[in-house]
Design a protein around this ligand. Structure first.
Ligand code: GLY
Length: 302
């Protein structure tokens, strides 16, 4: 069954940002659904969908990502192919417009799974990808936010990350193509004002992303340090396998565990091996959209 589910972050998305989030996920879902309907495979579809979210400027991924404590953007992304269990990931890059495309290159062209920093950017060049200027990734909105934060001298970020309203606009997608193959991709700029070099859950296979054709696919969004402690994406996949593929139970159990074990906040999108999709989150809002072959219209909600 053709199926596509995407997310654009789980947090207390303010009223004035709802329209931009809705538009961003609508555009990405429309691009991806057209591709799947015209026979594109899940890997191509996920790359395009996540790239659209990275380019949008609304989300904490690609252009418009949060700045770190040095006032720089450091991007992370990962992709996993559920047919082969091959995966690729990139972390802490400063000059890559679409980290999801670099994650795919690593998945398909490298013997490694995770490349970081300058080494990852050199690999991009070796593969014929072009790098962008760091300035190109910075939005005025994020620069203003970062400057205001520096001026406030409130550096109590450790606890702030625990709050359900801490901006968390990581993006992700899970697709199933006409062959029943599943692919998952996740991309992020990480947490606001993070320590330079900090890497969260999104580029870690099993934490931010997991795909296995036999079971399903999961992409996460939220407080990365908490997600990592319970290996969120693989944990939800394991719940899915244990309960016979009930997406709602698996997603809810994952988010309940996140809160109970590590006092974490965030959300997950889940697809099972039949292409059924589900969502769970414990933040005030989560931007998500999905459509399957059995639906006439997509569901798009923030
Ligand atoms: N979930 C994204 C991050 O914490 O980096």
């Amino acid at each position: 069954m053709l199926s596509l589910i995407i997310h654009g972050g789980a947090w207390d998305i303010p009223e004035q940002e709802i329209e931009a989030h809705t538009n961003g996920i609508t555009t990405a879902l429309t691009i991806g659904w057209r591709m799947l309907k015209s026979g594109a495979n899940a890997v191509d579809t996920v790359e395009k969908v996540v790239s659209s979210l990275e380019d949008d400027g609304t989300f904490d991924a690609g252009k418009g990502s949060h700045l770190n404590a040095d006032g720089r953007i450091e991007l992370d992304a990962s992709m996993m192919n559920g047919k082969t269990l091959r995966c690729g990931a990139v972390a802490a890059v400063h000059h890559v417009k679409n980290p999801i495309s670099l994650a795919r290159k690593i998945m398909e062209q490298s013997e490694h799974i995770l490349l970081v920093g300058a080494g990852a950017e050199n690999f991009a060049l070796e593969q014929g990808m072009s790098l962008c200027s760091h300035k190109e990734l910075i939005s005025q909105r994020e620069l203003n936010k970062w400057k205001a934060f520096q001026a406030s001298h409130d550096f109590s970020t450790k606890d702030a990350f625990k709050k359900s309203n801490q901006p968390s606009d990581t993006v992700g997608a899970v697709a199933m193509d006409t062959n029943g193959d599943i692919c998952v991709g996740t991309s992020t700029g990480g947490t606001f004002n993070k320590h330079p070099g900090r890497v969260g859950d999104s580029p870690l296979i099993g934490c931010g992303t997991y795909a296995d054709n036999e079971i399903g696919g999961v992409s996460t969004t939220g407080w990365g340090e908490a997600m990592m402690k319970i290996v969120m994406a693989k944990t939800v996949i394991d719940f899915l396998e244990q309960n016979g593929g009930d997406i709602h139970k698996a997603a809810t159990k994952g988010v309940d565990l996140l809160k109970r074990k590590v006092d974490g906040y965030g959300g997950v999108i889940v697809m099972n091996n039949k292409g059924e999709v589900g969502v769970a989150y414990n933040t005030p809002r989560m931007a998500r959209a999905y459509i399957t072959e059995q639906m006439i219209e997509p569901i798009i909600t923030v």
